[in-house]
Design a protein around this ligand. Structure first.
Ligand SMILES: Cc1cc2nc3c(=O)[nH]c(=O)nc-3n(C[C@H](O)[C@H](O)[C@H](O)COP(=O)(O)OP(=O)(O)OC[C@H]3O[C@@H](n4cnc5c(N)ncnc54)[C@H](O)[C@@H]3O)c2cc1C
Ligand SMILES: *[C@@H]1O[C@H](CO)[C@@H](O)[C@H](O)[C@H]1NC(C)=O
Length: 949
């Protein structure tokens, strides 16, 4: 069982419990206060930025609706002086770019408490123990044991300190630091006619009583009919520090009078002379909180007891409230921690002490910078906003002048700074929570909101969400191109395909980076038609709320981006994308110089599409339309098959893992790296550490529906020069990996579990230099002493690997040995070298007549999946190469160089030595078994394969 103990039922603790329980982790929260009292004392307003809203959305869609229903969107805020004159402010678009939901803390706590205790399908339970604290704690290799103030003893895997700024679990040497000011704040009723329902501001100026004391007064409307205001006043630190949570006290009527005097004569924006006075006078109760932060968040570690106790929320990084992001940070922390907890092996009994420690270190690393930035910005606002005297006057003068002379620049700087404080980067405005099991990964959802995306047809939604697995589809397309020469040139720079009529079409979408919502679309126009085939790739990301950004592809890809608005029409049947501007490098130009309009209409199994890219003054650059079929469907079912893949993080391994996921498998990837450092956005993948020599520590992952795939081992491609050391390493690492697999299967069978099969990767190099001889699946050399003119290393090594695999498993489970050809991919392997050679003008190497056993990476991945899906049928040896043969000369020709130079064999051999056999040997493998079984190759010729990249 997975058990999380949480100290503190504040925003941090409750968010963590909501998220963790939804991925099956049982939670116990220990709260010192009574729940009924929660939020009352420290009440007041709270701002939630989009990152926090995204985390709340991952709890449940209805949780977001409830939060929205009880909050109110913050209107564009600006900074003013005490005369009501504007100092700085954002552009009018600001609030659509940076939507902030304001609500009172009690409402948020209410909602979180409710969702922590609702039991849904597959959700673990949350117990909240009120009026309780943690007495003592001890750790052991099995977890953490605490004694509560009630005397009860609880054991858990991990203890998370969500007990706020005065955490008792944080090392006592780290003390909150008083920041030199205090906040007075209140919720006030607004009259229904008040214009302040739709305004917010912060005013900076000197106190009317002392004339030197710099003050900040801020206001935001909450849910009608209330508003929230605060007044920041410099003060000397009280002693002693109040010992619990965020402390707030209610001020007396006489103190209220003092506040009124401080701001007497101040004007609100629009020269509203009565505003501050009214807001203070009508407050039913005013709270006071001294402002502290936890200093040096970078310097101390956020975990203790070997990673079994973790600080989360204010306990780690309490910050001044000046940019309304303190609670946001807590909510973000919780989503990161749960994301990392999900990356641990499914069975927490397998998680070692070291893994806990590493997990906690990664958590800390992922959060520290962001926390420090927020703290820094919050302090900066106080520093700038709370200067008095000449400095304050100068500040106001400079800000007003720049606002008047360069309002755009000022607004731009303002937005940059806000974007920065929100953890944004050049791709997006805000930090975004990592994908978790509970939260797919959907750009459309980011842009349109979940409710709207839910209107889409299920197959459209599923495809576009692509939850960490690349998705494919095929269709028919017609391309029309501009007849104008300017249009042609520009279109070619963008890499647009040539004109074609009702030709085949293939598209693939993949999530590049789960944390940043980037999707890459690759479309192969004229798919499978040599000469016509052309691939066109663009990258999508979310730039700001409500906008999608697409890089245009081709040479201009990094330079020009189209910015789209998206609409859903016709009850979710139609998706309409209209570009509303372009981004040139980093600058946004709201113009339609280059524009793109795109409509998708859902059909039963895909959608009809029609899009046009046009240029002002020239007209259409390209229009393409047709229909698109989503396939394969329904990957989000409960996995029935389970794969254990070693070497799953390499080029081929990654592709195989993705294909398995697409086919609905659950995958355990064995890696020698620390599991927690390698991550995958798809929840059906888990990473386990192995030593590549034994089954220790991971054999328990074997189930009766498992198939083991061994891709591990050092590769000949890792080194151009084959020294004896390199060669030994290649053989030894592969043999060791086979023995580790054998060991694990033996351990599993001792438990009475027998997996479905074992698949070992071998290579086409097993054929040696076999000239025109057709090499069938069952081909085998009896002796490999002189089968290649250059080197016998590959055939002899492959033979040894194949024999070791068969010997190790034939008496236990079905064994397949897959002889894989040169895998064509733009991410590695031989293709980049070949392309370089062709680019340099090479037409052939050696005679050019030697056969090259090629295979497209997609087909290679599917080939492995097919074998793994039918371990009995495919036991024995399998050739995994393309369905047609190609010679070295043909391959280089497909790489489209000038083809002038012939590199003689002797020269090539002289340069590379033994490893030149990879290029010089002729290996004419044919995939007879796969073809006979009806396996479908997506890429039938080497030309199609090479030109799909
Ligand atoms: C004046 C002010 C205004 C703010 N405005 C904003 C804003 O606009 N936007 C925003 O995002 N953030 C804002 N913040 C920050 C935000 O309130 C905090 O960051 C957030 O509440 C921290 O949540 P937490 O759960 O980590 O800690 P807390 O809210 O402090 O919760 C800690 C919980 O642990 C309990 N506890 C304490 N000690 C123990 C113990 N030993 N055993 C068991 N339980 C214990 C406490 O009773 C409490 O329930 C503001 C803060 C202040 C002071
Ligand atoms: C906690 O204390 C409050 C009063 O302080 C009380 O009303 C409540 O019942 C207590 N809860 C429990 C579970 O004892």
């Amino acid at each position: 069982m997975k058990h999380l103990l949480i100290s503190g039922a504040g925003i941090s603790g409750l968010t963590l419990a909501c998220l963790a329980s939804r991925v099956g982790i049982q939670c116990t929260i220990v709260e010192r206060n009574s729940l009924g009292k929660m939020g009352s004392g420290i009440g007041g307003g709270l701002g939630l930025w989009p990152a926090s809203m995204a985390v709340i959305a991952s709890i449940s869609a209805s949780a977001v609706q409830e939060v929205q229903a009880r909050g109110s969107w913050m209107p564009n805020a600006g900074y003013y002086d005490r005369e009501g004159r504007k100092l700085a402010g954002p552009s009018s678009r600001f609030s659509s770019r940076f939507p902030v939901l304001c609500l009172d803390r009690a409402s948020l706590l209410d909602i979180l408490q409710k969702y922590a205790t609702i039991i849904e399908d597959g959700k673990a339970s949350v117990a909240i123990l009120e009026n309780t604290t943690i007495g003592s704690l001890t750790t052991s290799s099995t977890g953490i044991t605490v004694t509560l103030s009630t005397g009860e003893i609880i054991t858990a895997n991990l203890l998370v300190a969500c007990d706020g700024i005065h955490s008792t679990l944080r090392p006592s040497s780290i003390k909150p630091k008083h920041l030199g000011y205090t906040y007075f704040r209140a919720n006030v009723p607004l009259s229904s006619t008040s214009q302040w329902h739709s305004k917010s501001f912060e005013s900076w100026g000197q106190s009317s009583t002392t004339h030197t004391q710099p003050l900040r007064f801020g206001f935001v409307p909450l849910k009608n009919p209330t508003g929230f205001w605060f007044l920041a006043v410099p003060t000397t630190p009280p002693s002693p520090i109040k010992p619990s949570g965020i402390h707030a006290s209610i001020i007396t009527e006489s103190k209220k009078k003092v506040l009124l005097d401080m701001v007497s004569g101040w004007k609100g924006p629009d020269s509203d002379v009565e505003l501050m006075k009214t807001l203070i006078e009508t407050a039913p109760q005013i709270l006071q909180t001294d402002i502290y932060k936890i200093p040096n968040v970078n310097a101390f570690s956020w975990h203790t007891y070997g990673g079994r106790v973790i600080l989360l929320g204010d306990s780690a990084h309490a910050t001044a409230p000046n940019i309304a992001q303190g609670a946001g940070l807590c909510i973000e922390d919780a989503s990161v921690l749960v994301y990392l907890l999900e990356k641990l092996p499914k069975d927490w009994a397998l998680v070692s002490d070291n893994d806990w420690k590493e997990m906690s270190q990664v958590y800390e690393k992922m959060r520290k910078t962001r926390a420090r930035v927020v703290q820094g910005m919050a302090d900066f606002i106080a520093t700038v906003g709370q200067v008095g005297g000449v400095l304050g006057w100068t500040r106001n003068f400079v800000m007003r002048l720049s606002g008047r002379l360069m309002p755009r620049l000022q607004a731009w700087i303002f937005e940059r700074v806000v974007g920065y404080s929100l953890g944004g980067d050049s791709k997006r405005w805000y930090w975004a929570p990592p994908a978790t099991k509970h939260r797919g990964y959907c750009i459309l959802e980011e842009v349109l909101g979940k409710e709207k995306v839910d209107m889409l047809a299920p197959h459209v939604k599923e495809f576009k969400t692509c939850a960490g697995i690349p998705r494919y589809g095929t269709g028919i397309v017609t391309v029309e191109r501009s007849a104008n020469w300017v249009g042609k040139v520009l279109g070619n720079l963008m890499g647009l395909p040539t004109a074609m009529k009702t030709e085949t079409f293939k598209a693939r979408v993949s999530a590049l980076d789960p944390a940043h919502f980037t999707q890459k679309w690759t479309r192969v126009f004229g798919f499978g038609k040599p000469g016509l085939q052309k691939s066109y790739s663009t990258t999508h990301c979310v730039m700001r709320d409500g906008f999608l950004v697409e890089r245009v592809g081709g040479i201009l890809d990094r330079v020009v981006q189209l910015v789209y608005t998206i609409q859903i029409q016709d009850n979710g049947k139609r998706l309409v994308f209209n570009s509303c501007g372009i981004r040139l490098l980093q600058w946004y130009l709201p113009s339609r110089i280059i524009s793109s309009d795109w409509v998708e209409t859902a059909t039963d199994s895909g959608w009809l599409f029609d899009g046009t890219i046009s240029l002002f003054g020239i007209g259409k650059l390209m229009r393409y339309f047709g229909h698109f079929e989503v396939s394969p469907r329904s990957v989000l079912t409960q996995p029935k098959n389970h794969a254990i893949v070693s070497g799953g993080t390499g080029m081929i391994g990654t592709a195989v893992v993705n294909s398995l996921l697409l086919r609905g498998w659950a995958v355990t990837v064995l890696t020698r790296q620390s599991p927690i450092k390698v991550t995958h956005p798809n929840p059906n993948v888990e990473f386990l550490k192995w030593d590549a020599k034994t089954g220790n520590g991971w054999s328990t992952a074997i189930q009766s529906n498992s198939v083991l795939l061994n891709l591990a081992g050092s590769s000949v491609a890792d080194s151009l020069w084959w020294t004896e050391k390199v060669k030994n390493q290649v053989l030894e690492s592969r043999i060791n990996a086979i023995h580790a697999m054998r060991d694990a299967v033996a351990q599993a069978s001792a438990r009475g579990i027998s997996p479905k099969g074992f698949v070992q990767a071998s290579a086409a190099g097993v054929a040696g230099d076999s000239g025109h001889l057709v090499v069938e699946d069952d081909f085998e050399f009896v002796h490999v002493d002189s089968v290649s003119r250059v080197s016998n290393f590959r055939p002899s090594t492959c033979k040894k690997i194949e024999e070791a695999a068969v010997e190790s498993f034939f008496d236990l489970i079905p064994v397949s040995v897959v002889r894989i050809g040169h895998v064509l991919s733009h991410e590695g392997g031989l293709l980049p070298y070949l392309r370089f050679a062709a680019f340099a003008g090479v037409s052939k190497i050696g005679t050019g007549h030697q056969f090259v056993p090629w295979i497209h990476i997609d087909d290679a991945a599917n080939g492995f999946c097919t074998v793994m899906e039918n371990p009995n049928k495919f036991s024995g040896k399998i050739n995994l190469v393309g369905p047609t043969v190609a010679t070295n000369q043909q391959v280089l020709k497909s790489c489209r160089g000038l083809g002038l130079i012939r590199v003689p064999e002797a020269v090539f051999r002289g340069a590379l030595g033994e490893s030149s056999c990879v290029i010089l040997d002729s290996e004419r493998l044919v995939p007879s078994r796969l073809l006979q079984s009806g396996f479908h190759f997506d890429y039938k010729t080497v030309d199609e394969a090479i030109n799909s990249f």
